[in-house]
Write a protein that binds this ligand. Structure first.
Ligand code: NI
Ligand code: MN
Length: 227
């Protein structure tokens, strides 16, 4: 059994059946939607980054230094982390995957902006999502992607999909519901909404739009889903 806990915005912590702790886009300190801060984090073995924007990358370096976690991200972002003192990083590129102790993780394309927070003028390559095969289940964290035909490549390969629904910076509810039609996951969990006024959304509206195409699980910060 894998336990996925939502920490607000796009931050999730996954404890695998084997006891590994994975963090996706840990933006906690300064995240108005977060239920915890980095001071509360006890274990992080791997930190998976979708892109360099502050609302995703915000606490990656701080958390990696505190926990000694390995940062998984694009080659450019890992290089930036290492230049700031992060000891363990594993750089990858879009479309590439690697077998880690928790399973196989691949960088999927995400159509979005490439700036890196806290580094003037530095940009990473294309932002990404994460497709993770844990062995007993496959998880997809979409990052901040727009609706794109590339999502069809994931069709039939995802058990649990984490999709942004906030609109303005990412897919909104209508596009995210279309993404569900393309990906056909068993379960979808909405993210990247209600953190700021500009991305205010009703997740129940998203659930209605998805209808019977997938089970929509709405998590409040601090709540978990087991799969
Ligand atoms: Ni972004
Ligand atoms: Mn974002």
């Amino acid at each position: 059994m894998n336990t996925l806990t939502f920490h607000g915005h796009s931050a999730f912590q996954l404890t695998t059946a084997a006891g590994k702790s994975l963090w996706f886009d840990p933006w906690l300190d300064g995240n108005p939607a977060a239920d915890i801060s980095t001071a509360d984090v006890k274990q992080a073995d791997f930190i998976l980054v979708s892109h360099g924007h502050g609302d995703h990358f915000g606490d990656v370096i701080k958390l990696a230094q505190k926990t000694n976690a390995t940062v998984l991200a694009t080659y450019e972002i890992v290089g930036f982390c290492e230049s700031k003192g992060v000891k363990h990083g594993h750089g990858m590129s879009i479309g590439g995957g690697y077998t880690f102790p928790f399973g196989y993780a691949k960088l999927t394309p995400a159509l979005h902006g490439p700036g890196v927070d806290g580094a003037d003028g530095l940009v990473s390559t294309t932002p990404n999502g994460w497709w993770v095969d844990l062995g007993d289940a496959r998880l997809y964290h979409a990052g901040d992607t727009a609706l794109t035909m590339d999502l069809q490549l994931l069709q039939g390969r995802v058990d649990v999909a984490l999709l942004p629904i906030g609109d303005n910076f990412t897919m909104g509810p209508e596009d995210a519901a279309r993404a569900v039609e393309m990906i056909k996951p068993r379960v979808v969990i909405p993210m990247h909404y209600n953190t700021f006024d500009v991305i205010k959304q009703d997740p129940a509206d998203f659930k209605r739009r998805v209808g019977s195409n997938a089970e929509v699980v709405i998590l409040k910060p601090g709540e978990s889903y087991e799969f």
